[in-house]
Design a protein around this ligand. Structure first.
Ligand code: FES
Length: 309
C-alpha cells in the first residue's frame, strides 16, 4: 500500500519519527503491539520497522528510525530523503513479537528497541494489567520517548543511562534471579538480548520473548557492485552496491520468498554453484556455506556469483 509521510519530528539527534498516512484515505490494517511494517525506502531498500502505536483503526502508522552509522540505503535514505509528502510502499506482515493476552509483563527495551516495548506498555496500561519496564539508553538526550514512557508508566519504569562507556552497566541479576509469574518481552541490541537470554535460562519455557528482528543495516559502506547469473536461464543481473541480491532479483521481476530479511529466519536460502560468498547471515550452519547463500543479506566476495535458480 502507498503511505505518505505526513509529519516527521526529531526525537533524538539520531532518531526521527515518521507519521505515515494512506494516500487513498482507506483504513489501515489493524496493528497489534509488537508488530512491524516493511518500508521500501526512497533508495529502493526494504527495511522493517516496529510500530510505535497499535490499534484496530489507526489513521496512520508511526515509526521511529535510528540513523545507523554505516547506513547507505535504509535508515540513511529515510532520514535524508523521506520528507513530508514523500510516498512510500509499505507492507504489513505477521506479528512475530506478540503480547500475550493475560499475564503480567516485564518489558525490557534498549536503544531504538524501545519502540515495540513502548507500544506494549501502552496496551498493558490500557487493559489495566500489571507490568514493569526497564529502558536502557546511553543518555536522556539519546532516549526516544523517555518522557512519554515516564508519564505512562510512573513508578513502573526504570530508565538506566549508561553513558555508553561500559562503566555503568545495568545489573539484571536482581531482576531475573528469581522467576516470577511475569512474561518477559525484550527488544534491543544483540548484547542486551544475549544478556537477558543468559540471565533467564532458568525461567520456565515460553515465558521469555525476544524481538529477534532488528532493523539491521545490511548494506555496508565498503560494499561494491557485482553480478549474479541465474544458472537455469543464463540471465545475468547486476546487484548495485546499495542493494541486496534479493532486492536486485525483485527489481528484475523474480519473486523470491523471504520473511525476516535480516539473515536470521532461513527463508531466502539458495544454492550457488560458482563464486565466493561473503556470508552475513545467522541462519546457515558452517557446513552449508560452501554451496548455500542467504539472499537477503549475503553478497559476493568477488564480482560474480552463479545461483542455482
Ligand atoms: S529472509 Fe530470513 S534469512 Fe533471508
Amino acid at each position: 500500500m502507498k503511505l505518505q509521510v505526513t509529519a516527521r519530528r526529531t526525537l533524538t539527534p539520531e532518531i526521527e519519527e515518521f507519521i505515515l498516512t494512506p494516500i487513498d484515505g482507506q483504513p489501515l490494517p489493524p496493528a497489534e503491539p509488537g508488530s512491524h511494517i516493511s518500508i521500501t525506502t526512497p533508495s529502493g531498500a526494504h527495511r522493517y520497522y516496529s510500530l510505535v502505536y497499535s490499534g484496530d483503526s489507526l489513521g496512520a502508522y508511526t515509526v521511529a528510525i535510528k540513523k545507523e552509522p554505516n547506513s547507505r540505503g535504509g535508515s540513511k535514505s529515510m532520514h535524508e530523503q523521506a520528507t513530508v509528502s514523500t510516498v512510500l510502499d509499505v507492507e504489513t506482515s505477521e506479528n512475530e513479537f506478540p503480547l500475550g493476552p493475560k499475564h503480567d509483563a516485564l518489558l525490557i527495551g534498549g536503544g531504538i528497541g524501545i519502540t515495540p516495548i513502548y507500544s506494549m506498555a501502552q496496551q498493558l496500561k490500557a487493559e489495566g494489567r500489571k507490568f514493569r519496564v526497564v529502558y536502557l539508553a546511553r543518555s536522556y538526550e539519546k532516549a526516544a520517548y523517555a518522557d512519554e514512557l515516564q508519564k505512562l508508566c510512573g513508578d513502573a519504569i526504570t530508565i538506566h543511562y549508561s553513558a555508553g562507556d561500559g562503566a555503568d552497566v545495568f545489573d539484571f541479576w536482581d531482576l531475573l534471579m528469581t522467576p516470577t509469574q511475569e512474561h518477559i518481552y525484550c527488544c534491543g541490541p544483540t548484547s542486551l538480548m544475549e544478556e537477558v537470554k543468559g540471565g533467564t535460562g532458568h525461567w520456565p519455557d515460553g515465558r521469555v520473548h525476544f524481538e529477534e528482528f532488528m532493523p539491521v543495516e545490511i548494506i555496508r559502506d565498503s560494499d561494491t557492485e557485482f553480478t549474479i547469473e541465474l544458472a537455469k536461464s543464463g540471465e545475468t543481473i547486476t546487484v548495485p552496491a546499495d542493494h541486496t541480491i534479493l532486492e536486485a532479483l525483485r527489481a528484475n521481476g523474480h519473486d523470491f520468498s523471504s520473511s525476516c530479511e535480516t539473515g536470521t529466519c532461513g527463508t531466502c536460502k539458495c544454492k550457488y554453484t560458482e563464486g565466493e560468498v561473503d556470508h552475513r547471515d545467522l541462519a546457515l550452519m558452517d557446513d552449508e556455506k560452501s554451496d548455500t547463500i542467504m539472499l537477503c543479506v549475503s553478497r559476493a566476495k568477488g564480482d560474480h556469483l552463479v545461483l542455482d535458480i
